[in-house]
Design a protein around this ligand. Sequence first.
Ligand code: ACO
Length: 376
Amino acid sequence: MTIPFSTGTFPASAATDAARSPGLEGVVAADTILSEVDGARGRLILRGRAIEDLAGQMSFEAAVAFFWQGLLPLPSSGDLAAAFAEARLKAHAIAVPVMQSAGPGLGSYERMRLGLAALCRDDAAEDALTMTGAMPVLLAAAARIGRGESPIAPSVAAGSASDLLAMLTGTEPSARAVAAIDRYLVTILDHGFNASTFTARVIASTGADMGSAVLGAMGALKGPLHGGAPGPVLDMLDAIGTPERAVGWISAALARGERLMGFGHRIYRQRDPRADVLKAALGQLEAADGRVALAEVVEREATEALARHKPGRPLHTNVEFYTAVLLEAAGIDRSLFTPLFATGRVAGWCAHVAEQRATGRLIRPGARYVGPQPAG
Ligand code: ACO
């Protein structure tokens, strides 16, 4: 896939300024108790626990309760699943009609954003519960409206992952598909100061409401250098087609100056630990014939080709590569991969907004002016 824009072209004088870092590489903007992305060791820790001990081990609701502890109020009953179910009912009543009123021609992500905006009430605690709980309804309704189908009402008896699949497909999901979605949502719950989380914190630092911060973060997540990559990963696998074509296809893409989707990371200099967490669940699902084998060959050949292409820059598999393969095997259409990413990540954004409000300061970096000065 060709990235249709420059990722950083600056005047030579500015580029040599050691104090300036156009991508804020190496800049530590805050202390956080939420997550640590250890790029050198390829490790991800959420609130003191390795991602491998959370994803696949607990439901999305249990992971959110663990992640929010001490930062966002949890329901006094202790039952976050029930509070999320209530949020789904609220979203079905309030947000879905707004989403329907927008008419055809709107992408699923944009329609979800519209629904989310309809739910914001400028009360941080309530908004975190409502927004995070509501996402499965927004995703399923956006997909169904886009397909010209009627949205399906949520079930209060189901968990978020199970209800999401039921509302999306109109059928009872398999336990394996539910487990895969739960694992995915927990895997991507939080990841340091990535672009969307940083966006949320910048907005929160101005004193703006939680809804504004989350809606802004959704915008940042959409780009192909961030949460927009997994759909294009499948496009790449489709274009490669068979394992024998991998080497030729990859070298031609790199020769054209294209980036291989699902590879490379700003922080990781090792394989992204989330790739293995997601890959581990593939054996439980029925992927399309030969898909996993093709993915493994493409991963191997791409990693080798990237090592030759950029010898000084370790470029390994990132989370998006196996996100694509896993979600496809779980029956999720590729157009919904980024919406599903937002569905899990919203819990992380909300916690960062709460932390920013509690400990942060207005985020306002400087810029060096390199334009012309007024004449005279
Ligand atoms: N394919 C080919 N070349 C790459 C790739 C890739 N996937 N990733 C980086 N490179 C190259 C760059 O072109 C650059 O070359 P240059 O110095 O000649 O310009 C060099 O490696 C260094 O890359 P940077 O741009 O410095 O890496 P950065 O930290 O800015 O980018 C990013 C990280 C955006 C993830 C990048 O690796 C990329 O574009 N990957 C593909 C898109 C992708 O998978 N996105 C999902 C990321 S995970 C997430 O956000 C959830």
